[in-house]
Design a protein around this ligand. Structure first.
Ligand code: 3MF
Ligand code: MG
Length: 370
């Protein structure tokens, strides 16, 4: 009886009616994005840059060359020295960047207020104990919304980098969540089109962060003034750092219709946030992330496949973009793997509750030995 489910003995070819189909039946065409910080000079906490900087203007043509259409921004990627500029200067600079994007055939995916470098955000932005510093965080976030509007996107990503503590006694956690919600509501009220994507991460730079998983983010979304405009962005490495399976995190957000972007990358166990190339450390987890996105028809609603990957510090100038090309290639190969997975054999394994056979089906499929 188990024979049918034994890959070596030739699984029955299926009609694969659910293959890459999503809900509507058509296959998903993916479009890819990354942020300018993903072309990186290689500095780490223990050593200086090892590659020359590339200006934003010189990075833009590289997007198309690599097959990417979307650009992710921090507010100050679009408007450098943002704190020294008047509101009018900020908007003019954003308009100039929009022209550069248009000329390069690129689209802005999101803007993220960078609330982790200014002296006023040393102890957090929205959850800072000092009301003046909290006000700075909100003002800067509202300005990021105005920049996003100029760049032609409604998406604001909140990576809550310093919203947490080094020692738990230093903040009132219950109050901190109240302040976070207040900040989200202020942003929603500022522009009726804006959508907020919370990017959870459990630690680093803080010892403990307040919104460590997508479940925490979505619970805040539902409490907000307009839950339909608050969702999430899931980064593979961040889910791993929380000890969770990234594909399950994505499935949870998809179930809530709140997976609005992803930061695909990889992470080798529980250590610093490595931002390795997608699929480079955990092939099977990468397969499962793509499988979940495929099944849900993720990209159909206009969501992007965003990467948040860093080149290894050892990488030489001439091949410093390989991590981006590789990650995209590995994603596309995984899409093929997800689409060609034998769904009928899978269904038989499940019906027989023969998960050892299912294990073999998956592994032999990934190894290409079927
Ligand atoms: C965090 C992010 C970014 C970071 C970027 C630079 C939107 O995972 O995705 O914020 O700023 O990774 O380190
Ligand atoms: Mg990220």
């Amino acid at each position: 009886m188990a024979k049918k489910t034994q890959p070596k003995e030739g699984p029955v070819k299926s009609k694969r009616t659910r293959e890459g189909a999503g809900e509507g039946g058509a296959k998903t065409a993916y479009r890819f994005s990354f942020g300018p910080w993903n072309i990186h000079e290689g500095a780490d906490p223990f050593g200086p840059p090892v590659r020359d900087p590339i200006s934003f203007a010189r990075k833009l043509p590289l997007y198309q060359e690599l097959g990417f259409e979307g650009v992710q921004f921090h507010d100050d990627d679009a408007v450098p020295d943002i704190n020294t500029k008047s509101p009018q200067q900020v908007l003019r600079q954003a308009q100039a960047v929009r022209k550069m994007l248009d000329a390069a055939g690129l689209t802005a995916e999101f803007v993220a207020p960078r609330l982790w470098e200014d002296p006023r955000t040393i102890d957090g932005g929205y959850t800072n104990n000092d009301p003046e510093n909290r006000q700075y965080a909100i003002d800067r976030s509202l300005q990021a919304i105005d920049i996003a509007a100029e760049l032609g996107t409604v998406n604001i990503v909140l990576w809550l980098a310093r919203e947490g503590t080094y020692i738990r006694e230093s903040k009132n956690a219950r109050l901190a969540h109240d302040w976070l919600l207040e900040a989200i509501n202020r942003m929603l009220a500022h522009n009726p089109n804006v959508r907020i994507l919370i990017e959870p991460k459990p630690n680093e730079p803080m010892d403990q962060a307040y919104v460590p998983t997508i479940g925490h983010a979505i619970s805040l979304a539902y409490l907000s003034e307009d839950p339909a405009r608050v969702g999430g962005l899931i980064e593979t490495a961040h889910a791993k750092l929380a000890g969770l399976d990234p594909s399950d995190e994505m499935a949870f957000a998809l179930f809530h219709k709140k997976l609005w972007s992803v930061h695909l990358n990889d992470q080798n166990g529980l250590k610093f946030d490595e931002d390795k190339s997608f699929a480079a450390a955990n092939l099977r987890e990468a397969f499962n992330q793509v499988r979940v996105l495929e099944e849900a028809g993720y990209a159909r609603q206009g969501a992007w496949v965003g990467l948040d990957v860093k080149a290894m510090r050892t990488q030489k100038e001439e091949s410093r973009l390989a991590h981006l090309a590789n990650s995209k290639r590995f994603f596309e190969l995984m899409v093929e793997k997800a689409r060609s997975f034998d769904r009928q054999a899978e269904a038989e394994c499940i019906a027989n509750r023969d998960y050892e056979a299912l294990e073999r089906l998956v592994i032999e499929h990934l190894l290409g030995t079927l």
